[in-house]
Write a protein that binds this ligand. Structure first.
Ligand SMILES: [Zn+2]
Length: 256
């Protein structure tokens, strides 16, 4: 049986039979793949910890039969700070699920893998989790072909309007918005619009230097939730956990 060597981030796992684990990995070069980790649910298994979600792994697998089977795996990065902090974990798991449900198996997307790994590293130390998620979502949407245009009307390239048309996604000018019909439109404040432009265009360091609380942050997060749900045509399961952490952070007078 041919042996394949790859690396990637474990997006999700599932149970197979009595002791095996199905591991869904976004790999470099091969896209999203499913592999079987034999015996991984036994406590003493060499695969037990390395095949958990949110692990950057290097592995080799035998390709044959229905699904490839792991023959060797090692953790390249386990993102421990994210596992030890519930707030950060909620954001990390949400990012993993967004990637998982955005991609079909076997379609290489190294750009999304690099984005995911970079954002997981930043999430390990940033205070701006909500802004980082927005930064991540905007780039993920762009890489999937749904870039959110904030500088011009997406229909005529004229001056953008102030109403976000969620499933476009974009800000049509007044004239074009009259032809959009009854699509879901959200009015966006000047603060949220400024923040969106900063997140859309700049690099992360420009965002990281903003002082909390950042005006428009919550409004923009809600708008991006709507866009993501519209594009994915579903609400990710981990969104409930993320919302619980957002509410908790606000009740503690936190940043989000
Ligand atoms: Zn227009």
């Amino acid at each position: 049986m041919p042996l394949v060597k790859a690396e990637g981030v474990v997006l999700r796992t599932g149970n197979l039979g009595e002791w095996d684990r199905l591991v869904v990995i976004l790999t470099a070069g091969y896209g999203k793949v499913r592999v079987i980790a034999k015996g991984a649910r036994k406590v003493q298994s060499r695969y037990a910890s390395v095949t958990q979600s949110l692990t950057h792994i290097g592995f080799t697998a035998y390709v044959g039969g229905k699904l490839p089977t792991l023959s060797q795996a090692e953790a390249l990065e386990s993102f421990r700070p994210l596992r030890e902090d519930l707030d950060s974990l909620a954001y990390a798991l949400y990012m993993l699920e967004l990637v998982d449900i955005s991609l079909v198996d076997g379609q290489p997307h190294d750009d999304i893998l690099s984005l995911l790994i970079a954002c997981l590293h930043i999430l390990s130390h940033t205070e701006h989790r909500e802004l980082l998620l927005a930064f991540f979502e905007l780039r993920l949407l762009a890489r999937l072909g749904f870039a959110l245009e904030s500088e011009a009307c997406p229909r005529c390239a004229g001056r953008p309007g102030q109403h976000l048309v969620v499933d476009l996604p974009g800000f049509p000018c007044l004239k074009c918005s009259q032809t959009e019909g009854p699509r879901l439109q959200v009015r966006v404040s000047d603060d949220a619009m400024k923040l969106l432009r900063k997140l859309n265009g700049g690099d992360w360091r420009a965002v990281e230097s903003l002082c909390a609380p950042v005006a428009g942050e919550r409004e923009l997060a809600a708008a991006l939730d709507s866009i993501v749900f519209a594009k994915l045509e579903k609400r990710p399961e981990s969104h409930g956990f993320l919302c619980a952490m957002r509410v908790d952070a606000r009740s503690k007078g936190g940043r989000t």
